[in-house]
Design a protein around this ligand. Structure first.
Ligand SMILES: [Zn+2]
Length: 410
């Protein structure tokens, strides 16, 4: 039975990998993921369903298009195989090899497993796009984060798999989320200005010049939007020239102020104001809140993980940029580690944050030994660090637990 499930998950992983190939190619190019269907990038002919079977079709067609015989990159095959290994391998590690304590049987904990597997797939997609284009597809991070929150709320795993937070920390997390929403709304209505390097405003492909040739109001508007996109790209590339980097990063500090303010306010409310305190405790304390408290406990654990994961990188980005007067870390990395936290709680991204630089160091060493020149973005190292911490969580956590008593109390 277990072997049948493993084989099924390997096949499912290959299919997900096939979908990831579409995401990796289309998202950074601003194309729709759903429409049109798969087609050969060279001759543009649609790919038949029997030529679209993950892994197998590539091998049968010997890596060539059926019609124009142009070779198809082996990367498609590699992504499908790696995704199959990630999805199937995670199942094997958690349920067959029992490398993590307290995971429980698959029948009870499959939402947790599904969220963890989705995280690994998302990290793979983000890493590959990041390596190729130096941007992170934020949509992928958002989808993974929502899946993590939903899984944690629907079926909270044991506290060893998803660390819980105290009731006052949960209140702070809620305040912070509220503050972030306030900032997002203020920014949308132009009351606070986005900083210069907001990742979602970066565009990869240069807009096609013939789009401007079309006449009419709509075409003009589109032309203006494209012009704007081109300008932002230029800013991103030549950020050293004429942009006050420290002033720009202060915009991000301003963006975060409501979150910190409301977090402190929420903490004061639930610790100092007696009626609010008792109402809050009757809702979230496991002894008193009962059924609802169990699900809220999982949700708060995931929300706190999302915030802490993002805060490590964003804090580093702000401090580093202020210190060196040069952009340190990208906003995409903030979203990556936030997604890791939303799925696994606050401990995994915190450990991954400190482990990731070692992977970067190994790469630098490899470049130095091989006398090569190939700089890589930071996202893939965060992904590697997260994967290692997820698998060897028990051993690493036992080793560093004494450092982490701050939030573990109560
Ligand atoms: Zn073709």
């Amino acid at each position: 039975m277990e072997i049948i499930l493993l084989i099924f998950l390997l096949l499912l992983g290959a299919c997900i990998g096939s979908f990831l190939n579409v995401v990796i190619w289309r998202l950074p190019r601003g194309e729709s993921i759903v429409f049109p269907g798969s087609h050969c990038p060279s001759c543009g002919r649609g790919i038949r369903w029997y030529d679209n079977i993950p892994i197998l079709s590539w091998l049968l067609l010997k890596g060539r298009c059926r019609f124009c015989k142009v070779s198809i990159s082996p990367r498609y095959l590699a992504v499908e195989a790696i995704t199959a290994l990630l999805v199937g391998g995670l199942y094997a590690c958690y349920y067959l090899l029992d490398i993590r304590d307290a995971v429980g049987p698959v029948g009870d904990t499959w939402p947790m497993y599904a969220a963890h597997a989705a995280l690994l797939c998302g990290l793979l997609a983000c890493s590959l796009v990041d390596i190729e284009h130096w941007i992170v597809p934020l949509e992928v991070c958002w989808v993974v984060s929502l899946l993590g929150l939903a899984a944690a709320a629907a079926d909270p795993p044991s506290a060893q798999v998803l660390p819980r937070v105290s009731s006052s920390t949960a209140a702070m997390a809620c305040g912070a989320v509220l503050g972030l929403l306030v900032s997002v709304i203020l920014q949308r209505y132009g009351l606070i200005q986005a900083s210069f390097l907001d990742a979602q405003e970066r565009v990869v492909t240069e807009p096609a010049p013939q789009a401007k040739g079309r006449k009419g109001k709509k075409g003009k508007k589109k032309g203006a939007a494209l012009e704007q996109a081109r300008r932002i790209t230029a800013v991103a590339i030549t950020r050293e020239s004429g942009v006050n980097v420290r002033m720009e990063i202060l915009r991000e500090v301003l963006f975060l102020l409501p979150a910190f303010g409301l977090a402190v306010a929420a903490w004061v409310l639930v610790t100092e104001v007696a009626p609010i305190r008792s109402a809050w405790l009757s809702l979230v304390e496991p002894g008193r809140g009962g059924y609802v408290a169990r699900h809220l406990g999982g949700l708060f654990g995931a929300i706190f993980g999302y915030l802490i994961g993002g805060l490590w990188i964003w804090g580093m980005r702000i401090l580093g940029t202020l210190a060196f007067g040069k952009e340190a870390m990208g906003m995409g990395d903030v979203h990556i580690l936030a997604a890791v936290g939303a799925v696994t709680g606050w401990v995994v991204p915190s450990l991954a944050f400190f482990i990731a630089p070692f992977f970067g160091l190994l790469w630098a060493l490899y470049l130095w030994v091989g006398r090569r020149q190939r700089e890589l973005p930071y996202g893939p190292w965060l992904a590697c660090g997260s994967l290692v911490v997820m698998l060897f969580y028990d051993a690493i956590y036992a080793f560093v637990q004494p450092l982490f008593v701050v939030w573990a109390g109560r």
